[in-house]
Write a protein that binds this ligand. Structure first.
Ligand code: GAP
Length: 513
């Protein structure tokens, strides 16, 4: 099965089992907007909790807030989003389709990587066991030629984006002979800038309506509350403010399911530091955030850093953490050294002093900021795509299993009475009652035990607890592990400790210590 087929199956699975639905589906959906179903929202809440607890409970100097989505319109002038939060767009005159110019170029670059991989595969076939991939990549003339062209285009794109050189971007599209995927032609318009913010009106129009924006990032809610939190919380630099909330962007290229949406959720943390110390903290946060991802156990090779060549208007260093999705390595989180840009601009635009008095140095200054910014939805996709597996079992049967980290699983345990009689359902309900205050638990008595196991595997339930006739006699149950499918028999009193050790959030947070 190709990665593309696998991804299609995952999308269908998400719908079939109540994880993710297209928004307003009975009206044929709304492009790039999705709803989380009964299991998707549990998974999403667990991811948010993992992040929130890692930030606010494991750090004495990080507190969380929840700012409003609507903010004063001047906020977005100060932040630079009104002037500079743009995508460069280009239209194909034949298909009338609109594309992001930089995405067309990135797609071309990705194709060069694929071409190189094909050459490497050919080399491996030709040279067999003697094949030295590193040497082949460094010396094969065809590979070198493709890589040189790819690197040249990469540099030109970064330069054009940094310089806001729209004609330069168009020229790259022409030079790479990029065609429209729909019409197959190279009949391109000029490249134009397009602002990504959604706007709306506040107040009734008769009262003199005001245009306001749906926030395109949650970070600004933290910046405008810097003084409030610092003073009321008596926070001392270095300290951080964390927030989880919705953000909105009128994305032109919306694709890959929940990877790029128009309404999405971010988990952002702004860490305020002394000027001059920001790059040390930047390096520390890069490592800390990578640790957080790797603790999920999807394999260290599936993550990498991508250091930015093109820096956003507010940053003096920036990197992405990329995860290997079925459609390639893609960004899940950004770590940005945002300098004093945002607080400085809010000071300028609001006319209010936004300074921190540092008693240790006896100085007053605008703090510098390290930001960690991660998309909740991309984390959901990471967890689902890493966990989705179709397996052939030893007995010839097949199963679809979501091997997702147990502390993030929507349902932590399923309680299954072997039969619907002989007092077994009553015992099973008692076990459910014992666990339900701490965990999301399912009770299921329908169908054969095998079918019930398959249903739980498909939604990623790490533990199935079966109540049988022996339970009625000696108070023991069997516990089946989702991944190994091994079963153990334990006394009922040991169930809470077993579930906590396997699926409690503590099990995950401990890995960060
Ligand atoms: N405050 C900085 C900021 O917003 P960003 O790189 O634009 O930086 C941060 O976004 C993260 O938000 C990304 O790494 C990604 O996980 C998520 N994100 C951004 N745009 C998104 C979209 N359209 N759909 C889903 N997630 C998105």
């Amino acid at each position: 099965m190709t990665q593309e087929e696998l991804f299609k199956k995952l999308v269908a699975h998400c719908k079939e089992y109540g994880f993710i639905f297209p928004s307003s589906e009975i009206y044929d959906g709304l492009s790039a907007v999705y709803d989380y179903g009964q299991l998707g929202s549990e998974l999403k809440n667990n991811i948010k909790r993992y992040w929130w607890d890692a930030m606010t409970k494991l750090h004495d100097n990080i507190v969380g807030i929840d700012a409003a989505i609507f903010m004063h319109p001047r906020v977005w002038e100060a932040s630079g989003h009104v002037g500079a939060f743009n995508d460069p767009l280009i239209d194909n005159k034949d298909s009338k389709k609109r594309y992001r110019a930089d995405v067309l170029i990135e797609d071309w670059i990705a194709k060069q990587d694929e071409k190189i991989d094909k050459e490497v595969a050919k080399g491996r076939k030709r040279f067999g066991e003697q094949f030295d991939e590193e040497q082949f990549r460094a010396t094969n003339p065809r590979v070198k030629e493709i890589a040189a062209k790819r690197d040249e285009i990469n540099v030109r794109m970064a330069q054009a984006l940094n310089a806001n050189d729209l004609e330069g971007l168009r020229q790259i599209i022409i030079d790479t002979e990029t065609v429209c995927p729909i019409s197959g032609t190279r009949n391109w318009t000029e490249v134009r800038q397009f602002n990504l913010m959604f706007d709306t009106k506040i107040g009734s129009v008769a009262d003199g309506a005001n245009t306001i924006y749906l926030r395109p990032e949650t970070a600004q809610g933290i910046f405008v509350n810097f003084l409030n939190v610092q003073k009321t919380g008596r926070m001392k630099i270095p300290f951080g403010i964390a927030q989880i909330g919705k953000a909105f962007r009128n994305e032109i290229v919306a694709r890959q399911f929940i990877f790029r949406m128009r309404e999405f959720e971010q988990m952002e943390m702004q860490f305020f530091v002394r000027p001059g110390e920001e790059l040390t903290w930047y390096a520390q946060w890069k490592e800390a955030r990578m640790r957080w991802h790797r603790a999920l156990g999807f394999g260290d090779d599936n993550y990498r850093f991508h250091d930015h060549e093109k820096l956003a208007h507010y940053a003096n260093a920036a990197a992405d953490i990329e995860f290997r999705f079925p459609f390639g390595f893609k960004e899940v989180e950004g770590i940005h050294s945002r300098t004093d840009f945002d607080l400085g601009r809010h000071e300028e635009f609001s006319g209010k002093k936004i300074r921190y008095y540092d008693a240790e140095t006896n100085e007053s200054y605008i703090p510098y900021v390290i930001e960690t910014s991660i998309g909740v939805d991309r984390m959901v996709l990471q967890v689902l795509s890493a966990g989705y597996k179709e397996e052939k079992l030893e007995n010839g049967e097949e199963r679809t299993v979501l091997s997702i980290p147990a502390p993030l699983a929507p349902v932590k345990a399923a309680i299954l009475p072997l039969v619907k009689k002989d007092g077994l359902p009553e015992i099973a309900h008692r076990i459910k009652d014992m666990l339900k205050y701490d965990y999301n638990i399912q009770y299921d008595e329908k169908d054969s035990i095998g079918k019930r196991y398959r249903r739980q595997d498909a939604i990623g339930t790490p533990l199935c607890i079966t109540v049988d006739h022996q339970t009625a006699e000696d108070g023991t149950v069997t516990v089946r592990d989702r991944d190994t499918m091994e079963q153990i028999r334990i006394p009922m009193e040991e169930i809470p400790a077993l579930v906590a050790g396997k699926a409690g959030m503590r099990a995950l947070l401990d890995k960060l210590a």
